[in-house]
Design a protein around this ligand. Structure first.
Ligand code: TXD
Length: 319
């Protein structure tokens, strides 16, 4: 049976980490594409040289030619520029929108059947633009953010409760940004909702509120520490979970930036919601009922996404 082919558009910090994890998991052969000459080739060669030690047989190559992504089953897009300290995700719109145009055209021409996972920021607007530029079906183009945001939440909760990360589930909705909506009543320790854990005296409302706040600002905290770029290990791991669920038809239910066609009262926009990922791509949206307060937070998040989409339309009237 032919191996799967995974095309990574952007071979920077996240792209390189994606290549490493995809190869180690033998998800398929990996093509790293980047406009920076030498970077994708160098990373492909370096990772290939770790394969004999680790014992995997994925083939990796680097390229500057879109023709080399031909027939890719999955494309993961990180091309663009990341944040530097002091920048918001929204400051990236102008530069990264142009990048999405080139990437969308490249994918449409060479890998139109791929499942496309966009990571480039500002995520909810870039994935929307990428779907438009590429013309691929909306169920085949999704954005990665929610898994990362909920994984950050889970990490902080596991520390707070002194339990395994495996025993913590978390539910984060909305756009990827400071308006994201962590739903504490759907977040659990081994199935026990956080409000019940507070009632049982395992933590306090203040502590959980502080964790929610830290989760919202989780990306900025790392930018502030790294100074030269943004997070890459956890973002890469999160996107790999999406790719794996598609390639293996696992049907994991995870929060992703998905195209909404009326669900949650949103039309024609990408917003972070729980979806089922399987062989059909984004197969189904899980539509939970909100409390009034959650609805207001979600709407606030949707409004922030809408503002970014409007900014994109001003820059690129063809959208
Ligand atoms: O949750 C999330 N979605 C995110 C998003 C979490 C963390 C970071 N997130 C965003 O991912 C971040 O704000 C950036 O927009 C992307 C990629 O982050 P990364 O840290 O990998 O950035 P790098 O190291 O700068 O890599 C970007 C690469 C770099 O090698 C450039 O040469 C390349 O993109 N690049 C391009 N490749 C192909 N085609 C074009 N046009 C292009 N322009 C730049």
């Amino acid at each position: 049976m032919a191996r799967n082919k995974i095309a990574l558009i952007g071979a920077g910090m996240i792209g390189g980490t994606l290549a490493h994890i995809a190869a180690q998991k033998e998800l398929g052969d990996v093509v790293l594409f980047d406009i920076a000459e030498g970077t994708p080739e160098g990373k492909a060669l370096d990772i290939s040289q770790s394969a004999p030690v680790d014992g995997y047989d994925s083939r990796l190559r680097g390229t500057q030619d879109y023709a080399d992504i031909a027939g890719a089953d999955v494309c993961i897009v990180t091309a663009g520029v990341p944040r530097k300290p002091g920048m918001s995700r929204d400051d990236l719109v102008g530069i990264n929108l142009k990048v999405m145009k080139a990437v969308g055209e490249g994918i449409a021409k060479h890998a139109p059947n791929a499942f496309v996972i966009c990571i480039t920021n500002p995520l909810d607007a870039m994935v929307w633009a990428l779907q438009k530029f590429s013309g691929l079906p909306t169920n085949k183009v999704v954005g990665m953010a929610g898994i990362l945001d909920s994984s950050r939440f889970r990490h902080f909760l596991a520390e707070e409760f002194s339990v395994s990360v495996e025993s913590v589930t978390a539910f984060v909705l909305g756009g990827h940004g400071d308006t994201m909506v962590p739903l504490t009543r759907y977040s659990t320790i081994a199935g026990v909702p956080l409000p019940d854990m507070i009632e049982m005296g395992w933590s306090s409302q203040e502590k959980i509120d502080a964790i929610v706040d830290r989760t919202r600002k989780g990306g900025g905290e790392i930018v502030g520490l790294l100074k030269t770029g943004s997070a890459f290990y956890a973002p890469a791991a999160s996107a790999i979970q999406m790719a794996e669920s598609y390639l293996k038809d696992k049907k994991v239910v995870v929060p992703c930036a998905a195209y909404l066609d009326g669900q949650y009262g949103v039309n024609g926009r990408y917003v972070g919601v729980p979806i089922v990922i399987g062989e059909g791509g984004a197969e189904r949206v899980l539509e939970v009922k909100f409390t009034e307060e959650e609805q207001a937070m979600f709407q606030n998040s949707v409004n922030a996404v809408e503002e970014l989409v409007e900014a994109c339309k001003k820059i690129e009237p063809s959208l």
